[in-house]
Design a protein around this ligand. Structure first.
Ligand SMILES: [Zn+2]
Length: 443
């Protein structure tokens, strides 16, 4: 190798090195032009004393140097924390609470400031701040019961009116595991609510303890009881004979549902009668929330004309196959039998919220009458209405039939309060309605 060539290479390497040093220098100064990113959660502005507010800071560039948070209320500033962080800290999370000694109920502002480790020389590009306004509310709503006394029969319905001291988001009556939403009355000055509920058929009066509950926007919950009379009722027992012919006729409607069943007709039938019944009940509870916030109905409910009552509400049924009890269920509606394909009138004024094939109920229509009150018509041979359609009392919605789990042509008629089945007979009785429901709704 010649001397010339050697020095050329040295010069080349030197130039390369200089460029690298310059690049590194500028990278060192300019590498982090992004200030720290900050977030304050949760999104809700209304919080109570239990609320934990989470502050997150991150700076993937040069890392965080420090993070601090302050609360400002009525012009006074309270330090919540200031944290100096070790070099290279990419992200930082801190949860804060607001203690009684410093933050009072009412509005305040949370301010968070963070500094990163950059040496960006102009201004405060390495500094970030964020703030959020909160309303600290530590007082549960007060509930004022306006209804004097509610009279309930086991399996039957009732209504309570009450007022709240402040706006709330989840308001209703708890009955064991069941929740009956309340609906705010229009045009009242005192935040008045109506709540329809039931003493469920499966709950004895001694186990019944309904509680009005109201949760405000900050999550404070109030509960209180109210005056009522609960009357026990005895329900009947019934026996349903299962024949191969009957099961052969109804099961083809549920081919997909029973495709995994190991066994014969009976095993398939029992699966439909239990699992599909349960799924259908769940769906009815869901539909129960799709309701008008005011009563759409008026007066007594119309019964299928000229029809014999074949089965009652809350009959406890044993299912018999070849002399043995193979299943049992509770019948949660009325079976009304008229002529074949009899026209079915809407029991009262309302809006169609369901109209389709529906499991054990076959072709089925559900009408919403407001405040969670709904009527169900099933085993229909023909449906003449569509979801969303308004109907008046007596409008023909379809015809009776034997679709779903039906032994013959009839109407299975159900009445529900927020998805829980109730005794339909009460709703055919104008006096009962006036004394127990409409008199208390003021309509
Ligand atoms: Zn029935």
């Amino acid at each position: 190798m010649s001397h010339d060539k050697k020095s050329n290479i040295t010069g080349y390497l030197f130039t390369l090195l200089s460029v690298a040093v310059l690049a590194a220098g500028s990278w060192f100064v300019f590498r982090d032009t992004q200030p720290p990113a900050l977030s304050i959660g949760p999104e809700a502005a209304d919080i109570n004393r239990e609320a934990k507010v989470t502050i997150k800071a991150s700076d993937p560039g040069s890392g965080l140097k420090w993070v601090e948070a302050k609360a400002v209320q009525d012009g006074k500033e309270y330090a919540l924390f200031r944290k100096e962080l070790p070099q290279g800290t990419g992200s930082f999370t801190q949860t804060v609470i607001f203690d009684k000694e410093r933050i009072k109920e009412g509005e305040f502002t949370l301010r968070v400031t963070a500094r990163d480790g950059s040496f960006y020389p102009f201004g405060e590009a390495g500094m970030s701040s964020a703030s959020r306004d909160f309303n600290l509310d530590d007082t549960a709503p007060r509930i004022y019961v306006k209804t004097h006394t509610t009279n309930l029969n086991q399996g039957g319905a009732g209504v309570v009116e009450f007022a709240l001291s402040e706006p709330a988001r989840k308001v209703g009556i708890k009955v064991g595991e069941r929740f009956f939403p309340a609906y705010e009355r229009d045009g009242t000055q005192d935040r008045s609510y109506f709540c329809m509920f039931t003493l469920p058929w499966d709950t004895s009066p001694s186990d019944f303890s309904p509680i009005i509950t109201a949760e405000d926007k900050a999550g404070n919950t109030a509960g209180r009881s109210f005056n009522y009379y609960a009357n026990a009722r005895n329900f009947r027992k019934d026996r349903i004979g299962l024949s191969d012919g009957f099961m052969e006729r109804v099961l083809p409607q549920f081919t997909d549902f029973v495709s995994d069943v190991q066994g014969g007709l009976l095993e398939q039938y029992v699966k439909v009668n239990n699992e599909l019944r349960r799924q259908n009940a769940e769906k009815i509870r869901e539909i129960g929330r799709d309701t008008a916030s005011e009563p759409l109905w008026e007066g007594e409910f119309k019964r299928l004309p000229n029809a014999a009552n074949r089965a009652r509400f809350a009959d406890y049924r044993d299912y018999i196959y070849k002399g043995k009890v193979v299943d049992n269920q509770t019948h949660l509606g009325l079976d009304l039998a008229s002529i074949r394909h009899a026209p079915i009138p809407a029991a009262n004024t309302g809006r169609i919220v369901f109209a389709a094939f529906f499991g054990i109920y076959g072709n089925c229509v559900i009408i919403d009458h407001g405040l969670g009150l709904q009527t169900l018509y099933s085993h229909m041979s023909q449906i003449d209405v569509q979801p969303g359609q308004a109907v008046s009392k007596g409008d023909i919605i379809g015809r009776t039939g034997a679709t779903g789990l039906a032994g013959g042509d009839h109407l299975h008629f159900g009445v529900y309060v927020s998805g829980t089945p109730v005794q339909p007979l009460e709703w055919f009785d104008g006096h009962w309605i006036k004394n127990n429901i409409s008199g208390k709704l003021g309509n």
